[in-house]
Design a protein around this ligand. Structure first.
Ligand code: FPP
Length: 248
């Protein structure tokens, strides 16, 4: 039986978030420069997005470029931006063919104008697709997102739109970039690092974490299926006891 057949279709996480890590180390192992690793990483993105659709996942969020990544050497930042533009424009017909809707979260106005224009065009062209939603986290960091949310809440309180008593978990959610997206149930990080690196800090509060030593360019849909199977064998207690879950 193949891994996808082993997946319980009634218990597939509806949202999976992925920290795609290890492109640079993968390239070094091949005796190539870091940028080669990012190019190879695109093949993993394509395969994993296809696998997510096949497994019945509804949302997949990929950490493609963090706020902190702007501090990398200029040639790497430029190459990543070029790669993003090229990939987004090249893959849009395939996204449409596979019924995938593209969305993005992050400080998108800080992206180079050509990158933002390509992104917005692809978001528009795929807006009516009803299958998987692919969310790219670009120029994203969770602390930036939370600070932006706090500023908006403070302004709305100042303008009398809401009262401080109305601030609640549900309400804060409405001020985040992910307001239309359910929280991830599963977060995957590749490359053996065990950190969440400023990624979806609020939204991952109850997510299961799955770490693998595989470097991102080696991670393919079979690895995604393995992560989903691992997730399905976990007991998600949300603060309750195991007994409470079996005898509610
Ligand atoms: C982390 O590896 C990876 C990134 C910062 C970029 C991820 C980008 C891609 C996979 C390509 C484009 C993606 C899309 C969605 C079109 P690293 O460079 O930190 O690797 P290292 O830890 O080995 O140095």
């Amino acid at each position: 039986m193949s891994q996808i057949e082993l997946i319980d279709k009634t218990k597939v996480p509806q949202h999976i978030a992925i920290i795609m890590d290890g492109n640079g180390r993968w390239a070094k192992q091949q005796g190539e420069n870091r940028i080669y690793g990012h190019y190879e990483g695109v093949n993993s993105v394509r395969d994993v997005v296809e696998g997510a659709g096949q497994a019945g996942v509804k949302f997949i969020t990929l950490y493609a470029f963090s706020t902190e990544n702007w501090n990398r050497p200029k040639e790497e930042v430029d190459a990543l931006m070029e790669l993003l533009v090229a990939t987004i424009s090249m893959e849009t017909p395939q996204l449409n063919k596979k019924n995938v809707r593209l969305q993005a979260i992050g400080n998108l106005n800080s992206l180079p104008p050509a990158c933002l224009a390509e992104l917005n065009e692809s978001i528009d062209l795929t807006a009516n697709n009803t299958g998987l939603t692919l969310v790219l986290a670009l120029s994203y960091s969770s602390k930036w997102e939370i600070i932006s949310a706090i500023k908006q809440i403070a302004n709305d309180v100042k303008d009398g739109k809401i009262s401080p008593d109305e601030i609640s978990e549900k309400n804060i959610q409405q001020y985040l970039c992910t307001k239309h997206i359910p929280d991830p149930e599963l977060m995957i990080r590749t490359s053996g690092e065990h950190r969440i690196s400023n990624f979806l800090l609020w939204q991952l509060a109850y997510a299961e974490f799955y770490f693998t030593d595989k470097l991102w360019p080696d991670f393919r849909k079979a690895d995604l299926f393995e992560a989903i199977l691992n997730y399905q064998n976990r007991e998600r207690r949300f603060g309750k006891t195991s007994e409470q879950l079996t005898n509610p």
